[in-house]
Design a protein. Structure first.
Length: 99
């Protein structure tokens, strides 16, 4: 009878130890999965921020280039108009003086 009780106690202790080991393994696996998910989310967030920054920089550069081109075109047009007006005025003055 004592041997049967000892065997039952040993079996119960072994089962409890196995259950504890399984619980510990499950907890470790869940913790690793959580860490991996958190790292992946952080990587995605960093990549998204980098993409947004690059897009904003590209848009700013394009806008600056367009503004510079427009300003240069306006300045060239104004200079051409001023030159044409001065040439016409000089021609008119010369024609009036010659007559």
């Amino acid at each position: 009878m004592v041997v049967v009780v000892e065997v039952v106690v040993v079996v119960v202790v072994v089962v409890v130890e196995v259950v504890v080991v399984v619980i510990v393994v499950v907890v470790v696996v869940v913790a690793v999965v959580v860490v991996v998910v958190v790292v992946l989310v952080e990587v995605v967030v960093v990549v998204a921020v980098v993409v947004v920054v690059v897009v904003v920089v590209v848009v700013v550069v394009v806008v600056v280039v367009v503004v510079v081109v427009v300003v240069v075109v306006v300045v060239v047009v104004v200079v051409v108009v001023v030159v044409v007006v001065v040439v016409v005025a000089v021609v008119v003055v010369v024609v009036v003086v010659v007559e």
